[in-house]
Design a protein around this ligand. Structure first.
Ligand SMILES: Nc1ncnc2c1ncn2[C@@H]1O[C@H](COP(=O)(O)OP(=O)(O)OP(=O)(O)O)[C@@H](O)[C@H]1O
Ligand SMILES: [Mg+2]
Length: 236
């Protein structure tokens, strides 16, 4: 593991309030079930602080630590892979400090054609390491650097491959791998139609089992969270 610069070590030693005091910009303001995502700076060092520490109630205290544990464990599993942010530090269970990737979200960037291939390779390497992202649709969690390097962020929804004896789990894992691939095809069809093959278009026209499952699970989880939040608001 590479050693931290003194400025980065200072960021890693900060608590929540101090990290927020060092925020230069918020990519995202927090909400009832949303983290704050801040770009923090100390001297030459910059990092992303993803934080549920000011998320109120049971979501902030019970669900958020689980979500960030999911994200942190994926970042550790993908640590060697260029294109994923490095995990720097966990100030506590509700916050996570990671590498800042100076890059633009895919929908706002105009990636050159070879970047699509590089993204395919990056996602394949992620799958090889046993992580399916599960939230690549729309491209908001895919960033593009100036050199055309693709990056992937936001691993809260990830699914990891299980041990080889766990056949049902690994079947599910493969469905989410297929859903990630289908998200990449959709990105090509939408943003670079000249790169999409007939097979790509055919695949999208008949939405696969993988995508329907991923979507149904995603919608179910979102509805469940909304329902729980609404009940929490009524009872408080
Ligand atoms: N490591 C990073 N480097 C640069 N930008 C980042 C990084 N992590 C997150 N961001 C920016 O912050 C945005 C929100 O972060 P993230 O997707 O992790 O949070 P989220 O709660 O899942 O947000 P959303 O619901 O919008 O997906 C990203 O879309 C990206 O623009
Ligand atoms: Mg996101």
């Amino acid at each position: 593991m590479s050693s931290k610069s003194p400025d980065l070590a200072r960021l890693c030693a900060m608590g929540r309030d101090k990290l927020h005091a060092h925020a230069e910009l918020y990519f995202k303001q927090g909400g009832a079930s949303e983290p704050e995502v801040a770009l923090v700076r100390c001297g030459q060092a910059r990092a992303i602080f993803k934080d549920y520490g000011r998320t109120p109630g049971w979501f902030g205290h019970l669900i958020a630590p689980m979500l960030l544990w999911r994200e942190a464990s994926a970042l550790i599993a993908l640590d060697e892979l260029m294109g994923m942010p490095k995990l720097y530090h966990r100030p506590d269970r509700r916050g996570l400090l990671m590498e800042y990737l100076p890059a633009t979200p895919w929908p706002q960037a105009t990636p050159a054609d070879p970047t699509y291939d590089r993204l395919d390779e990056l996602v394949a390497a992620m799958h090889e390491r046993g992580v399916a992202h599960c939230d690549l649709r729309g491209g908001g969690n895919i960033l593009v650097g100036e050199s055309g390097q693709p990056y992937i962020v936001d691993f809260v929804a990830r699914i990891r491959r299980g041990p080889c004896w766990n056949l049902p789990w690994n079947w599910l894992f493969r469905q989410f791998v297929a859903a990630d691939r289908s998200a990449l095809i959709k990105l090509r069809v939408r943003h670079a139609p000249h790169l999409a093959t007939t097979e790509d278009r055919r695949g999208l026209a008949t939405r696969g089992l993988a995508e329907r499952m991923a979507r149904a699970i995603g919608q179910g989880v979102r509805r469940g969270v909304r329902w729980l939040i609404a009940r929490g608001d009524k009872s408080s």
